[in-house]
Ligand binder design. Structure first.
Ligand code: A2P
Ligand code: MG
Ligand code: MG
Ligand code: MG
Length: 307
């Protein structure tokens, strides 16, 4: 790969390739049927697919970008250096024009947030469309690029070449791998958690009076629903999500023209020493111009709880 290609494009190109390969690891574990489920806490599972996919992603990216900080969801005990990893890059990303303000970013400025398998609870239940691989790229405090790979997209076609899709986005460039569709006007469709529902989420949704509610798993999957025009807003008035759940979705959504913030309207910090928990919840909208409208409907009591 030409070293004159800006670092940020090289990281996105490698992340696109690595996410697709991690998706195959996730499908192979499901095919084998031995999920190796471990309980990490309350309503918080890990499987062999989470472990193996993270090991592969971090081994590969570390080898290519040794000066970049990489933070993954699963514990470092799951990470072993793999000698035989292939260091591919997606050539279409390398051909993209780098936004001028990102041309001279260096390795020490970058943090990569890895969620090797988002939607683990749904994965263990066979709700395979809800699963994504998330690789988010931050420069300083800001999520500026992201890759969302959906390993079981078109799974029913049974043709290995047509299974899975990868969407990537870069601030100042836009999104690729997918043609975004605007949500229907004059409607209020909200997507929220399937497996981490709480009375506070219910109270927030009641205040927002949606025409339709889509309860599905995964932060990546819900942002895909926003991009597909199937929902207007993603509402999670609860503290369970972490930075690796939102870094890639936030960057991709914003590159499309949407927005993702906490429930107070502030952006999360993605620098390397930041806390991992998204304690102030998540609010995402397909159209950034709608964001304020949804923010205003969050009950004061819920805002005070999410600090
Ligand atoms: N209470 C929680 N504990 C652990 N992870 C959570 C919790 N709430 C949300 N998450 C993470 O955020 C994602 C989106 O949440 P939800 O599907 O409930 O809307 C989940 O798939 C899970 O990521 P992961 O599957 O990677 O562990
Ligand atoms: Mg998890
Ligand atoms: Mg996750
Ligand atoms: Mg995960």
């Amino acid at each position: 790969m030409a070293q004159c290609t800006p670092l940020i494009l090289r990281i996105v190109a490698s992340s696109v390739s690595v996410a697709g390969q991690a998706g195959k690891i996730i499908r192979d574990v499901m095919k084998k049927g031995e999920l190796g489920i471990i309980d990490k806490g309350v309503n918080d599972l890990q499987t062999e697919a989470d472990r193996s996919a993270q090991n592969f992603i971090i081994s590969t990216l570390t080898k290519q970008f040794p000066g970049v900080t990489i933070i993954g969801e699963e514990e470092p005990s799951c990470y072993e250096a793999l000698d035989n990893v292939t260091a591919d890059s997606d050539t279409s990303v390398l051909q993209a024009t780098c936004p001028p303000d990102l041309v001279s970013v260096s390795e020490k400025d970058v943090v990569i947030w890895v969620d090797p398998l988002d939607g683990t609870s749904e994965y263990t239940k066979g709700l395979l469309d809800h699963v994504t691989v998330l690789i988010g790229i931050a420069v300083g405090q800001r999520a500026i690029a992201g890759v969302i790979h959906q390993p079981f997209h078109n799974f029913k076609l049974c043709d290995e070449n047509k299974i899975g899709r990868t969407i990537w986005g870069l601030q100042g460039y836009g999104v690729a791998g997918f043609k975004p569709i605007p949500p229907p006007p004059n409607k209020r469709i909200i997507t929220t958690t399937r497996s981490h529902f709480t009375p506070e989420i219910q109270e927030t949704l009641d205040a927002m009076c949606p025409d339709e509610l889509l309860r599905v798993g995964g932060a990546g999957h819900k942002v895909i629903l926003l991009m597909e025009g199937k929902a207007h807003a993603y509402v999670f008035a609860s503290p369970g999500c972490k930075r690796w759940d939102t870094c890639a979705p936030e960057a991709v959504l914003r590159a499309m023209g949407g927005e993702l913030t906490d429930m107070h309207g502030a952006t999360y910090d993605y620098s390397k020493d930041t806390p991992h928990a998204n304690t102030r919840g998540v609010l995402a909208t397909a159209l950034a111009s709608d964001h304020e409208f949804y923010l205003k409907m969050v009950p004061q009591k819920i805002r005070e709880l999410l600090i």
